[in-house]
Structure formats: structure tokens, C-alpha cells
Design a protein around this ligand. Structure first.
Ligand code: FAD
Length: 485
């Protein structure tokens, strides 16, 4: 099958040199082979001149030198689960994808230091499989299986951030290849929790959307696997009671609180309707309008410590019954988490998703939800809110569905207007963020330019100009621009 790389004008010397470095397995050109690399998990679809798949740090250095020499633009890709179109090429057919998926040779665990050195191409699941025999895990919890490099570049959050922090909090070191000076390596691979020897350069790459350099290896702090956990699905009296519940658990067992996830009735109903094997856990009662998935966990062994988290959780819920909560199911942790992790997939069946990955101070979440739902009822009554969120860290996936059977057909301009209305509310009214965990990429670059202060955009842009003066890394340009993106 013909691919963009066979079009006239492509530098044959560059292609030849890349093939010589990467070999047949490391260089894909055929459009069938490139297919999975050019379409993002939710957004982003384009064409690639070629897909480059180095399997060593040295190959990455060589490829980057060539790209700089030939002014060949590349977009970096890990597991391609990102949600802001930052890991796929545009439709110009001029970009190459640099996939790090084969960069997985080195994985070295130090159980005493509670750290691991790991190549960027390993997946989260592969890392956790290896850590299991040491009773350790990397605690970023999400419904996808991203790569280590992609998680650093996106600073992944997930459902257990309240206890363990995001990727940034657990990153001890990294190694990255620079586009300028071409092929130079920044080696910051120390497995240290304290190291105050000048600016912490590894942080530049965290949440950088692949715009500052290519991460090839990392040192991560890992954690003891919990010896026990207790999970409950709780029906709060009303929305305000969600925050009362959160405060109560932080006050009485904050050390154990590892997740506090809100789930709207519509999101829940969608899971039951579309995901086989999941039934209403409240049956014969109807699904509630809103519920909270709460998890306590501890590395204390229940027998030797005498701590029985499930009993403890039950007692706390009994105290709150009537005033703060109407109903609760305790136990069945695996089943309850399955419901939570199935929401994104279920919603796709309902219609076209309009996703908002936002955050704000927790104290603002109730008022935000009330005002945002009022905007929907008044201006967009055909949209269905199916939101869910990480209430403990102020995160809210205010996801809306444009139903397949809506009278009005999907309208891009209307969605753009709605986005601006919601983001204005989040950023201006509630001092929140328009991108809580998914980062910045072509998909939301226009909002980055709208909401991030001008001086911050200019500084990020100057750093980008220093590290990538030819604009060869990805499609995310941080410098302020009047141009619509
Ligand atoms: C079902 C589902 C649920 C999700 N849930 C969550 C969630 O709860 N919390 C959350 O934070 N995210 C979530 N995500 C988003 C996504 O999983 C994360 O952003 C993830 O960390 C991306 O990793 P990746 O390996 O897939 O990276 P990719 O998607 O391949 O790339 C993401 C970004 O990183 C860059 N990049 C990739 N590898 C490197 C590298 N080696 N060096 C430099 N830059 C690189 C890319 O250019 C791109 O800008 C979810 C996604 C899905 C599909």
C-alpha cells in the first residue's frame, strides 16, 4: 500500500540512514503497519511519513541527530493512550512518529531503596507485574495501560492521587535525549529522594507533552503493596454531603484514605447498560442520583496490627447514616472498581462524548457542578451529563454526551461555545484548571493560550525554542500566539 513516504520530495538519504540505524523491525512505512500509530485513543488522527521504533537509548540519540540534520519533525509516542492528541501526527503526512514501545530492556528493582530503574517503553502493567514479587507497586491507577515515558510526559494522575500523588511526586530521576544540541543526553538518573544541587532539571520533562526532549529511562519511587483495603459504595444525602463525607474520613482516617471517587447516576447507568457482567449493586433499589466509591488501604497486616479496615469503615459509615448518607455497600472492592474503570468505555456507546478534564479547589466542586448543570439545562437541554470525578484531589471529569438520537445533530461550533462557557466558569469563577490530568496537546492548545498567563506561556515558549529551535518535536507550541490553533 502507498504511504506518504513514497510521495515525491521525501529525502531518500534520510530514509536510508534511518533504516540503517533501526533495521527492518524499527522502521515502518507501509500504511497498514503505521495504522495503529496514527490514531489517538480519543482524539487525533493523521498520516505518518514513517514510524521509527528504536530499541535502545543509543538508537534514539542517533535518530534524533539525523532528524535535526535533515530538519525532520517527529511526534513522540508511548502507548498512545493520551487524550489530548499529542502522540499522533497531523494530516500533513510530513511528520514521523517516534515510538518508544520497543525501548524495554532495562528494569532493575532496588527493594531496599524502594525504587526502580525502568526503560521508557515498559507499560505500567509490565512494571507492576515485575514489582509484585517484591511486594511493591507503582501506585498510579487508571483505566488504561500507558508507558512509563508517556506517563512522565503527561504527568498522569489517576484515582489514588490523594494517597500517593501523581507521577511527578514519584519520579526520582530520568534520562532524556535532546533535540538541541542534537542527540545530547541529560542524565539525571540518581535514585535520590533529596538532591538539592541546582535546578531540578528532570521536572522540565514532566507534563511537557513530549515537547522538550525524549525520555528514555526513569527512576521511580515505588510503594509497599497494601496488605488490606476496604471499599464502599456510598450514597450521600445530597451533593453537599459528599464534601462532609470527605472531611469526615480525612479527619478520622486520613492516613488510610486512598480513593474518593464521585460517580453520577447517568455514568453509573451507562456502565450497567453497556458493560456485560455488571449489574446494579443497589438492586432491588434503583440506582442513586450520585454515589461515592471510597477506599481505605494500609500496608499494616490485619493480624499482627489488629487493624481491621473493613470493620473500621463500617463503624464510620454507621456514624454518618441518616444525616450524611442514605445507603452504603461495603466490600466487593474488585467489583466496585470495575464499575469505576468501565465508565469511559460505557459512555462511548451513548453518543458523542464531550469530555472536560478539569480541577478546582475541592470546596468549589459542589457549586461548580450546580452552575454547570444549570448552564446545560438552559442552553443545551439535549446534552446528557454523565460526570464522575476524583473529589479528593479536586478533579472532575465533567463528561457530557451528545446522544446519538438527539434531535439536533452534533455541531462543532456549538461544542466549542460550550467548552468556552464551562472553562470560563472553571478558570475565572472557581480558580480551577482546564486540564487537570491529561496535559496540553493540539486538542486543547487554544484553551492553553486562552487561560495560561501570558508570561508563563512566553517562558515555556522560550524553553521550547532553546531545546527545539527548529520546531521538530511534536505539535504543541507553548509560546503565546494570536493564531487560532
Ligand atoms: C481509558 C483511559 C483512561 C485514562 N485515565 C486517566 C486517568 O485517570 N488519569 C490520567 O492522568 N490520565 C488518564 N488517561 C490518559 C493517558 O492514559 C495518560 O495521559 C498516559 O500517561 C499517557 O501515556 P502513554 O504512554 O499512552 O503516552 P502517549 O499517549 O503515547 O503520549 C502522551 C504524551 O507523552 C509524549 N511522550 C510519550 N512518550 C514519551 C517519551 N518517552 N518521552 C517524551 N515524551 C513522550 C507524547 O508525545 C505525548 O505528548 C486515560 C486514558 C484512557 C484511554
Amino acid at each position: 500500500m502507498k504511504n506518504a513516504a513514497t510521495d515525491a520530495g521525501v529525502n531518500q538519504a534520510l530514509l536510508k540512514a534511518l533504516i540503517a540505524i533501526l533495521g527492518a523491525k524499527g522502521f515502518l512505512q507501509n500504511s497498514d503497519d503505521c495504522e495503529k500509530y496514527v490514531r489517538g485513543a480519543r482524539y487525533g488522527e493523521g498520516r505518518a511519513l514513517a514510524v521509527l521504533r528504536p530499541d535502545s537509548h543509543e538508537q534514539v540519540e542517533q535518530v534524533v541527530r539525523l532528524c535535526a540534520q535533515f530538519a525532520q519533525a517527529i511526534v513522540l509516542q508511548g502507548a498512545n493512550t493520551g487524550l489530548v492528541a499529542a502522540s499522533t501526527p497531523d494530516d500533513s503526512g510530513r511528520l514521523m512518529v517516534l515510538s518508544l514501545e520497543r525501548l524495554k530492556k532495562h528494569l532493575q528493582i532496588d527493594p531496599v531503596n524502594r525504587s526502580v530503574e525502568v526503560d521508557a517503553g515498559y507499560s505500567l502493567q509490565e512494571l507492576n507485574d515485575a514489582l509484585l514479587e517484591h511486594g511493591l507497586f507503582f501506585p498510579i491507577d487508571l483505566g488504561a495501560n500507558p508507558s512509563i515515558g508517556g506517563m512522565i510526559a503527561a504527568n498522569t494522575g489517576g484515582a489514588r492521587l490523594i494517597k500517593y500523588g501523581d507521577v511527578r511526586h514519584n519520579l526520582l530521576g530520568l534520562r532524556a535525549v535532546l533535540m538541541h544540541p542534537a542527540g545530547d543526553t541529560v542524565d539525571a538518573m540518581k535514585a535520590l529522594r533529596k538532591n538539592n544541587t541546582g535546578p531540578d532539571l528532570k521536572q522540565i520533562f514532566v507534563g511537557s507533552s513530549g515537547a522538550y526532549g525524549i525520555i528514555t529511562r526513569a527512576v521511580l519511587q515505588v510503594h509497599r503493596l497494601p496488605q488490606q483495603s476496604a471499599t464502599a459504595l456510598i450514597v450521600p444525602r445530597d451533593q453537599a454531603a459528599v464534601l462532609t463525607l470527605l472531611q469526615h474520613f480525612e479527619q478520622h482516617c486520613g492516613d488510610f484514605l486512598s480513593a474518593f471517587e464521585g460517580i453520577s447516576g447517568a455514568a453509573f447507568a451507562s456502565v450497567i447498560k453497556h458493560i456485560p457482567g455488571i449489574a446494579n449493586p443497589f438492586a432491588p433499589e434503583a440506582l442513586p442520583d450520585y454515589c461515592v466509591l471510597l477506599e481505605l488501604s494500609s500496608s499494616a497486616d490485619p493480624v499482627s496490627s489488629g487493624l481491621q479496615l473493613e470493620d473500621f469503615l463500617t463503624r464510620q459509615l454507621e456514624v454518618l447514616f441518616g444525616d450524611v448518607i442514605d445507603n452504603a455497600i461495603v466490600g466487593r472492592g474488585k467489583d466496585l472498581w470495575r464499575i469505576r474503570h468501565a465508565i469511559s468505555e460505557a459512555l462511548r456507546h451513548e453518543g458523542k462524548m464531550i469530555a472536560f478534564d478539569i480541577s478546582m479547589p475541592r470546596s468549589a466542586l459542589v457549586a461548580f457542578r450546580e452552575q454547570a448543570l444549570a448552564i446545560l439545562a438552559q442552553d443545551y437541554p439535549y446534552l446528557k451529563a454523565a460526570d464522575f470525578g476524583h473529589w479528593a484531589d479536586g478533579g472532575c471529569h465533567f463528561n457530557l454526551i451528545w446522544p446519538h438520537d438527539a434531535k439536533l445533530t452534533y455541531d462543532v461550533a456549538l461544542v466549542q461555545k460550550l467548552r468556552t462557557q464551562i472553562y470560563d466558569l472553571v478558570v475565572h469563577e472557581f480558580q480551577g484548571s482546564f486540564s487537570a490530568e491529561h496535559g496540553v496537546g493540539p486538542y486543547n492548545l487554544a484553551f492553553y493560550h486562552r487561560y495560561v498567563p501570558r508570561a508563563a506561556q512566553n517562558l515555556a515558549g522560550q524553553m521550547q525554542a532553546l531545546l527545539d529551535p527548529q520546531n521538530l518535536l511534536g505539535l504543541t507550541r507553548f509560546a503565546f500566539s494570536e493564531e487560532p490553533n
